[in-house]
Design a protein around this ligand. Structure first.
Ligand SMILES: [Zn+2]
Length: 138
C-alpha cells in the first residue's frame, strides 16, 4: 500500500497557478502527517484547517489537498476561521489525531514574503528545508 503521495513541486504549481510559501507549507504538512500517522491518503483521513480562510494563507489548502488526497470534491477537508494556522489530521481507521502548527521561525520568515519574487524565494527555502523546524506538532 502506498502511504505517501509524492507530489512534485511542478505538479503543485501547475495545479495551483503559482509558487508560494503557503502552497509549499501545505505540501510538506500533508506529507509529514501521512508519514507520521501512517494514514492512508485520499480516503483514510480527514483534514481540518483553521486560520487560512483568505489568500495567501488559503494557498496552504491546495498544498494540503495535493499532499493528502483529501479534497473538497470528496468532502474530507474543511476550513474554519481562526487567527493562527492550525491543521488537524484525523486517521479514520485508528481515530488517531495529529495537530500541526507553524513554528515561530516560520511565521517570522513569512512576514518578509511581501512581493512575488520574495514569496517564491521563501517558498523554495521551505521546500529545500523540508519539515524540519517548519512545524510543531502534537
Ligand atoms: Zn497561492
Amino acid at each position: 500500500m502506498r502511504r505517501i503521495l509524492k507530489i512534485q513541486l511542478k505538479t503543485a504549481i501547475d495545479f495551483h497557478g503559482h509558487l508560494g510559501p503557503y502552497l509549499v507549507l501545505g505540501l510538506l504538512m500533508g506529507e509529514y502527517a501521512l508519514k507520521k500517522m501512517r494514514a492512508r491518503p485520499h480516503f483514510g483521513l480527514e483534514v481540518k484547517v483553521w486560520g487560512a480562510k483568505n489568500k495567501p494563507k488559503s494557498c496552504l489548502i491546495d498544498g494540503l489537498q495535493l499532499s493528502t488526497g483529501c479534497t473538497y470534491g470528496k468532502g474530507n477537508i474543511a476550513k474554519y476561521g481562526g487567527k493562527a494556522i492550525k491543521v488537524n489530521f484525523r486517521d479514520l481507521k485508528t481515530t488517531k489525531e495529529l495537530t500541526v502548527f507553524l513554528s515561530e521561525e516560520t511565521l517570522e520568515r513569512l512576514k518578509s514574503a511581501v512581493d512575488h519574487l520574495t514569496s517564491e524565494k521563501i517558498a523554495m527555502e521551505f521546500y529545500k528545508k523540508g519539515v524540519r523546524s517548519i512545524f510543531l506538532s502534537r
